[in-house]
Design a protein around this ligand. Structure first.
Ligand code: TYM
Length: 330
C-alpha cells in the first residue's frame, strides 16, 4: 500500500441481520474505496454490546460479518480487516476522549434517544459515539464511508478532534463522512418514512443480505408503493416508489433518470418484478461466495488476526502521541 494514500476507516456492528441499507450505505462503498485509499475496515463488536447480545452468538456474528466483507469483495491484501476489540487502543482512546466530551452532546444524539426508549438508559449506549470517534481518530482517517444515520456521530468525532487539538496540541486529523449521493438512506420497504433497519418490528421492512430469491421476490412484491401509476422519483409525494428507484439504481448501476425513462409506460408490477430479479442477481453471487468462505473459518480468523496486528501498529502510535500530549507518564 502506498504511503501517501488517503486514509478511510469504517465499521459495521455484528448484531442482527445485515440488510440492503448496510450494503448500499456502507459495504459497497468500502469495496469501491479499497484500491484508492488506505483502508481500515473493522467489525464493531464493542458497539454491538451496547445492545443486549447473546454471548453464544457474538463471536459467530463477528466472524459472519468478516466473511461477508470478503464475500462482498473486500480483499485482505488491499485493506486492513480486523475486529475492533482485538485492538485495545480503541477503548483506551475512547476513555480519554470521554473526559473531554460534554454530556449534552451525547444526550442529543438521535440514535441514543431512539434506542434508549427501547432498551433503557445504559451508559454504554450514551457513550458509544465517543468510542466511535476513537475508532476513527486513531487511524488519522480523512474519510469515513457511512450511511446518513451516522453523520451526527461523525460530527462529534470532528468536534472531539478539534477540542483535543486545541487543548493539548495538534494530534488528530478531522475526518469527514463519505456519503453516497443516493443510497445513503435506504428506507423501509413496509414504511418508506423510516430508514431500513435491522431492529424494525417486521422482517418485511428490509431485504436481508442472506434472503433467498423467494423471500426477495415476496418482500418486493408487498413493498409499499404510492397512489398513482407513474414510476418517477419524488421522495415527498412518492416515497415508496422513490425508495425502490434508488435501490434499483444502486443495484444495477443505472441512474434514476435512466430508470424513469425506461419505466415510463410500465406498471409498478413490471418494475417490481425487474427489481426483484436485479436483487437476486446481485445477492446470489455474494451468498454463494459467503458459503464457500464459511467452510474455512480458520482462514478468516487468520486474516482478522493479521489485520489486528497491522491496525495495532498505527493505532498504538496515535494513542502514544495522544497520551504524551495529555501528559501521561510514558
Ligand atoms: P451499523 O452497524 O448500524 O450500520 C453499518 C453501516 O450501515 C449504514 N446503514 C445504512 N445506510 C443506508 N441506509 C440505511 N437504511 C442504513 N442502515 C444502516 C450505517 O450508516 C453504517 O455506515 N456505529 C456504527 C458502526 C461503527 C462505525 C465506527 C462506523 C462503529 N465505529 C467508526 C464508522 C466509523 C454502526 O452502528 O453502524
Amino acid at each position: 500500500m502506498a504511503v501517501n494514500k488517503k486514509i478511510a476507516v469504517s465499521g459495521v456492528r455484528p448484531s442482527g441481520e445485515l440488510h440492503l441499507g448496510n450494503y448500499l450505505g456502507a459495504i459497497k462503498q468500502f469495496v469501491e474505496l479499497q484500491k484508492k485509499y488506505k483502508t481500515f475496515f473493522f467489525i464493531a463488536d464493542l458497539h454491538a454490546i451496547t445492545e443486549p447480545q447473546d454471548p453464544k452468538n457474538l463471536s459467530k456474528q463477528t466472524l459472519d460479518i468478516a466473511t461477508l466483507y470478503l464475500a462482498c469483495g473486500l480483499k485482505a491484501k488491499e485493506t486492513v480487516l480486523f475486529v475492533q476489540s482485538h485492538v485495545p487502543a480503541h477503548v483506551e482512546l475512547g476513555w480519554m476522549l470521554n473526559t473531554i466530551t460534554p454530556l449534552g452532546e451525547l444526550e442529543r444524539m438521535t440514535q441514543f434517544k431512539e434506542k434508549s426508549e427501547r432498551q433503557g438508559l445504559l451508559a454504554g449506549l450514551l457513550n458509544y459515539p465517543v468510542q466511535m470517534a476513537a475508532d476513527i481518530l486513531l487511524y488519522q482517517a480523512e474519510i469515513v464511508p457511512v450511511g446518513e444515520d451516522q453523520v451526527q456521530h461523525l460530527e462529534l468525532a470532528r468536534t472531539l478532534a478539534r477540542k483535543f487539538n486545541t487543548r493539548f496540541g495538534n494530534t488528530f486529523k478531522e475526518p469527514q463522512a463519505l456519503l453516497r449521493k443516493e443510497g445513503a438512506r435506504v428506507m423501509g420497504l413496509d414504511d418508506p418514512s423510516k430508514k431500513m433497519s435491522k431492529s424494525a418490528p417486521s422482517a418485511n421492512n428490509y431485504i436481508g443480505v442472506f434472503d433467498d430469491p423467494e423471500n426477495i421476490r415476496r418482500k418486493i412484491k408487498i413493498a409499499v408503493t404510492d397512489s398513482g401509476k407513474e414510476i418517477v422519483y419524488d421522495p415527498t409525494k412518492k416515497p415508496g416508489i422513490s425508495n425502490l428507484l434508488v435501490i434499483m439504481s444502486q443495484i444495477s448501476d443505472t441512474s434514476v433518470k435512466e430508470l424513469e425513462a425506461k419505466y415510463k409506460n410500465k406498471s409498478y408490477g413490471e418494475f417490481k418484478n425487474d427489481l426483484a430479479e436485479a436483487l437476486v442477481q446481485k445477492l446470489s453471487p455474494i451468498q454463494k461466495k459467503y458459503r464457500e468462505l464459511s467452510k474455512n473459518p480458520k482462514k478468516i480468523l487468520t486474516i482478522l488476526k493479521r489485520g489486528a496486528e497491522d491496525a495495532n501498529k498505527i493505532a498504538s502510535q496515535t494513542l502514544l502521541e495522544a497520551k504524551r500530549k495529555m501528559g501521561f507518564l510514558i
